[in-house]
Design a protein around this ligand. Structure first.
Ligand code: IMP
Ligand code: MG
Length: 173
């Protein structure tokens, strides 16, 4: 059994303030298209994109799932929606919620490169540097965090907690 930490790891206000500076870092790149990974990145993507606020930047969603009801990745990545996105010749920003082992982003960047993007960068809200198992570094990182399982602000545990506005650590009850 798990419960939430006593206080949030990152409050909605802290997230808000960081998104402001992160959007300012990203905006000058003038990306043609954002490709966001459902479901975990939906809140982050919406909040970030409306701060980048470039009229012609498109937003597309793909789905990647490697977790069931567990805090450890199952290791097999299921990706869908790639057939519906058109990024050939475009400047693309791939957005995910979190870099843990790094496998999801690593696999997705390979798949998106195959689709012929002209230029390609990656962005994650959270990075767990100590958990990386593959050589994968995001170009834009919201926050670096320690090795802990976090939920809220789009991130889930077995599909719960996504709608919480703050980010919490999940601890054993
Ligand atoms: P990776 O492939 O191990 O880097 O895992 C990336 C995916 O696992 C993310 O897109 C998340 O959906 C999920 N994930 C990893 N760590 C956490 C966490 O602490 N909370 C919620 N989801 C996580
Ligand atoms: Mg995810």
């Amino acid at each position: 059994m798990y419960r939430l930490s006593e206080v949030p790891l990152l409050s909605a206000k802290q997230i808000d303030e960081r998104l402001e500076t992160l959007a300012a870092e990203i905006k000058p790149y003038d990306f043609d298209c954002v490709v966001s990974v459902l479901t975990g990145a939906f809140t982050f993507t919406a909040d970030l994109c409306r701060r980048i606020a470039t009229p012609k930047m498109r937003v597309a969603f793909i789905r990647a799932a490697s977790y069931g009801a567990s805090t450890e990745s199952s290791g097999t990545l299921k990706v869908s929606g790639l057939d519906k996105i058109d990024i050939r010749g475009k400047k693309v920003l791939l957005i995910d919620d979190i870099l843990d082992s790094g496998r999801t982003m690593f696999e997705l960047t390979k798949k998106l490169a195959d689709l012929g993007a002209k230029e390609f960068k990656t962005c994650v809200l959270l990075n767990k540097e100590s958990r990386h198992e593959v050589d994968m570094h995001a170009n834009f990182v919201g926050f670096n965090i320690e090795n802990q399982f976090v939920v809220g602000y789009g991130l889930d545990y077995a599909d719960d907690y996504r709608t919480l506005p703050d980010i919490w650590t999940l601890v054993e009850a």
